[in-house]
Each structure stands twice: as C-alpha cells, then as structure tokens.
Design a protein around this ligand. Structure first.
Ligand code: SAM
Ligand code: SF4
Length: 442
C-alpha cells in the first residue's frame, strides 16, 4: 500500500497567522504531505505561533511540551515551530534549549522559504533559521483550495505604527504593500475555485499603497476588487482609526459587494492612555470617524478591540473606556487584559496595573459590552438581512449558519443546497452573540 504522509497544522493567533499556516500547509503538498487532523498518525506537525499576549505564548509552550510526548510515542514524526513567537528577538536561543525535540524552527520572515528548511530536515537533521529582515519577493504563495467558500488575502505585510504595547512591528517588520495586480489575480483564482467571500488582511489596511507612485490607495483597491465577477462579498481588517479616510467610507457606501462592517480598534476611551499607547488619535477624533461612517452608511456595523489595565490606567481612564462603549454602539468588541511584551515601550513604563485589578476591569467591560451587543442584535428583530450561507451550525447541526453583511452571526433553517449562496433571512430572536432567523417560504 502506498504510504501517504500526513501533516497536521496547528494555528494560534490572528487571521494573518491562519493565512501563513495555509501557506505552510500548501508548501508541504510539494513534499507529498496530505493535511490531516490526527496528531497520532501525523508524519509532520507544524505549530504556527502567536506572541501578541503572554496567554497565547503559555498555551503554545504547553503544546510544544505535549508534542515531546508525541515524539516519544512516534519517533519518526517531525515537528516544526514557526511564526511570530520564534521571530521575537532572542527567542530562538531560549526556545531551542527548552525544546530540543523540535526539528524545524522558522520565524515570520522566512516562512515562505519553508520548503528549503523542510528539504533539509527530510534529508535528516534539524534546522533553526530566523531571518532578521523579510525578502518581499518570497512572500506570495497563492492558494486556491477547491470548494473553499471564504478566503483570507494578504494585501500588505508588517506595521509601522509601533503602538507602545504591541509586539507586532517587532516580529512582522515594516509595512509593505503587495501590488494591486497580484492581489486581483490571486482573488480571481480563488473565485474560479469556488470562493465567494474574501477578507483583505493588513495590520492597517488604511495605509495600503502609501509607497505607490502614481498614487493608488486602499479605496482604489477595494473599488477594483468589487468589479470581480463571481465574488459575492468583500471584507477587510484592520482599519486604524487615524488613517480612515472619507474616501474609503464613501467607497464602501457605494460598493456592491463591500460589506458595511468596520473593525475599528479604539483600545482605550481615555486620551491620556491613547497618547501613552502611541495611537495618534483622540477619543473625539475617533467619535468623529464613527459619526462619518453612520452619516454615509446608516446601517454600518462597527466592532472594536479594547485593552484594559494598560500601565497608568486610572479608575477615571477606565470609566472613559466604559463610556466609549455606550457612545460608539459597537456590535461586538474583543476585550483584552494588557500583557507586558518584552522589547515594547510599554513594558518599561512604570505604574503597571496588578493582575487582580486588570481582571476586575475586564469583567466589568465585558458585562457592559454584552448588554450593548444584545441591544444591537435586539434591534435586528423583525428586519430582513442578506446572509451568506456558510454551513451547518456547530451547536445545532439541524440548522445552518451564515453572516450578515455587518458580520453578525445568524442561525436559521434552510436546505443544504443553499450553502454558498445569499439568502434573505428575517430575524426573530436575539442573543449577545448570535441571532436566530427565518427564511421565508421554508
Ligand atoms: N493591527 C491591528 C490594530 O491596530 O488594531 C491589530 C493587531 S493585534 C494582533 C490585535 C489586538 O491585540 C490589538 O488590537 C490589541 O487590542 C491587542 N493587543 C496587542 N498587543 C497587546 C498587548 N500587549 N496586550 C493586550 N492586548 C494586546
Ligand atoms: Fe500593533 Fe498598533 Fe501595528 Fe496594530 S497598528 S499591529 S496594534 S502596532
């Protein structure tokens, strides 16, 4: 019987990390590997890592420990640890000492050269390589996985913003935009293989193309992607509030497939904290952007990221964050406790907030946002929404799930052959995270 080699890819972190993991899996196909979920029968395990918060790193270290036991049971399995955690300055030394059972170590900048590393390991031996700077030409490995309804598409890499708490610019390098024609070609290929929704990815999509001459910006790119036939929906993340232009909001308002959803991280509602975070906007400017979105797109949905317990955050600063949640009417918020990241400016700041206070603030913030999210969804009751049908619900397989253009999750009953199509769903019930709807005539 032919021996089929299996690769299991585990991913931690954001959509960029997911997209990188897809690239790695795609590279292994060239070596005869088939993707699998079963660790026990795997020939290669790839762990693509995240280091944005300490909690993610701790989980990954736990997983690397478990993989040591897997290797004791199954000595031929190869283990690759890749991505942001490995790219951190000084991390490779620490990690290789801690986990000698790992066969391949690779940072974010040399992921796209993974085939060279895998080739060396297939010959026997171990490799550890972390490039200090990226080589842009190697970064694009298009994917066209058959039948995949949704796909993430990188439009740019890196970040120039250096928010004082954030490790991302330290592990993903400076901002660089992909050429529009490459992006359009990749999306056309995805559509031909069945993809109906793309999410354009960048740490700050609003600064896409800043280096281009003649001028060509993110709104121009969105406009061109909107013309691609066969594509049903376009999403994008993340929008830095300081660079959100009127032109971009207008483009979304006028676009056909451009979903009316802005992920606009506020991080804190206090000007004092925003300044210490190096976010380069005030709460007043942020609210003026929210107002502009609602003026041009009255039904737009806005989501956000918030950090509590940033160094020096007083009770009053925190109250301003709570007030912001009510003023901005977010449909959803991703809330985090500040996590000290070595090498960032904030890690050296005085007045670090004790863990129990961070926990209390996070609980309070989550309870305020849960009510806001519930109110947002209760307002959907009785209205009709366009939903892209994604597949059976994970919690109730007799129902299907999909998302509105505003990215709200909807559960409903419909035929399985509607998967991949747009349906109109009337909302009947609402919770903080999902709404339940009905397809007329079903
Ligand atoms: N580029 C995006 C932006 O500007 O919003 C997000 C990148 S980051 C991977 C996602 C979120 O993680 C951030 O918006 C922030 O709220 C959170 N985050 C980043 N560093 C953090 C830290 N040190 N502690 C807690 N949360 C953090
Ligand atoms: Fe991190 Fe700020 Fe860049 Fe987002 S914009 S990746 S939060 S430094």
């Amino acid at each position: 019987m032919e021996n089929i080699k299996k690769v299991v890819t585990l991913v931690y972190g954001c959509q960029m990390s997911e997209r990188d993991a897809e690239t790695l899996t795609e590279i292994t196909r060239g070596f005869g590997y088939t993707p699998s979920d079963d660790l026990e029968t795997a020939d290669l395990v790839i762990v693509n890592t995240c280091c944005v918060r300490e909690s993610a790193e701790n989980k990954i270290l736990g997983k690397i420990g478990e993989l040591k036991k897997l290797k004791e049971r199954n000595s031929h399995v190869k283990i690759a640890i890749t991505g942001c955690m490995v790219q951190q300055p000084g991390a490779l030394d620490r990690l290789t000492k801690r986990a000698p059972h790992v066969d391949i170590w690779a940072g974010t900048h040399n992921l796209h050269d993974f085939s060279a590393l895998l080739h060396r390991v297939e010959q026997g031996g171990k490799v550890a390589e972390v490039w200090q700077v990226p080589k842009a030409t190697l970064e694009v490995i298009p994917l066209a996985v058959k039948g995949k309804l949704q796909a993430n598409v990188n439009i740019m890499y890196g970040c120039n913003n250096f928010c004082s708490y954030c490790i991302v610019p330290h592990v993903r390098g400076r901002e660089r935009s992909r050429k529009p024609e490459e992006i359009l070609q990749e999306i056309e290929g995805l559509v031909q293989s069945g993809c109906r929704e793309v999410t354009l990815l960048g740490q700050n999509v609003n600064s896409y193309g800043k280096e281009f001459s003649p001028a060509y910006d993110f709104a121009d790119l969105l406009h061109q992607v909107d013309q691609i036939k066969g594509l049903l929906r376009i999403r994008f993340i993340t929008s830095h509030p300081k660079d959100l232009s009127d032109k971009l909001i207008r483009t979304v308002a006028e676009g056909e497939k451009l979903c009316e959803h802005f992920h606009l991280p506020i991080q804190s509602g206090s000007n004092q904290i925003l300044e210490r975070m190096n976010r380069k906007y005030t709460r007043e400017y942020y609210l003026s952007r929210v107002q502009k979105i609602h003026e041009l797109i009255p039904n737009a949905s806005i989501t956000t990221d918030i950090i509590v317990g940033f160094p020096g955050e007083s009770e009053e600063d925190f109250e301003q964050t709570l007030a912001m949640m009510k003023e901005a009417h977010y449909s959803q918020a991703f809330t985090f406790m500040y996590s000290k990241r070595s090498g960032t400016l904030a890690a050296k700041m005085e007045d670090q907030i004790p863990l129990d206070l961070k926990k209390r603030r996070l609980q309070k913030l989550m309870s305020v946002q849960n009510l806001e999210s519930l109110e947002w969804r209760q307002n959907m009751i009785g209205k009709r929404f366009e939903v892209l049908v994604e597949g059976p619900s994970k919690t109730n397989p007799t129902r299907l799930t999909g998302r509105t253009r505003g990215n709200e999750l909807v559960v409903f009953k419909a035929n399985l052959d509607t998967i991949g199509t747009l349906l109109t769903v009337k909302i009947k019930e609402a919770g903080s995270w999902t709404v339940v709807g009905e397809v007329e005539g079903f």
